[in-house]
Design a protein around this ligand. Sequence first.
Ligand code: IYR
Length: 222
Amino acid sequence: LEKYPFKRYADYIEYPLDEMKKKAADFYAHMKRRRTIREFSDREVPREIIENCIRAAGTSPSGANMQPWHFVVVSDPDTKRKIREAAEEVERDFYTRRAPDYWLEDLAPLGTDENKPYLEIAPYVIVIFTERYSVDDEGSRQNHYYLAESVGIATGMLITALHTAGLATLTHTPHPMAFLRDLLGRPKTNVPYMVLVAGYPADDVRVPDIGKKSLDEIADFI
Ligand code: IYR
């Protein structure tokens, strides 16, 4: 018996080229429709949908397959309120004192400020943690690798999964974020990475009239 078994990759599907081209074009069109929104509806979303989106995120590649992420899905109103209050407190300090003028100028087109009502209104506030290392039952420490890369990919896949399911999202990065670990009772090995708000958009939600760089601007083919 092999110590580290391999198996045939039976799940791979090769599409005919015309189908592959269509899939890539359709996926781009699909992703282009995703917008970050800052006004959410309080409409309920079945938990099963979030569960499968997190399962999808959990398929992400990671350094040595250590899967150094942990997702805390908050729907409890009391916990959402505590997150909102703490986030608004650190953000108030950011917007009124810490942020340099050039930063506030760069944020102006997005219409952000220290008020984060969506942290209470949206049905789900998903707090993503980086697990820096794990500790097994005997107390020995297992290192994790490429933390930022791994958790970044998983977060991107989660955003994509939620969008594909038909939900709107908002990436929120309160700073400093340490309060999230204490508030959610995560161990010291866990460092908050990002807050992802998910739900239906509010009726007639508006978004900033901003665009994305073109392919020419973001890529070179050499
Ligand atoms: N963390 C703050 C400020 C903020 C910073 C950037 I860069 C953004 O793209 C958006 C917001 C907040 O969440 O409001």
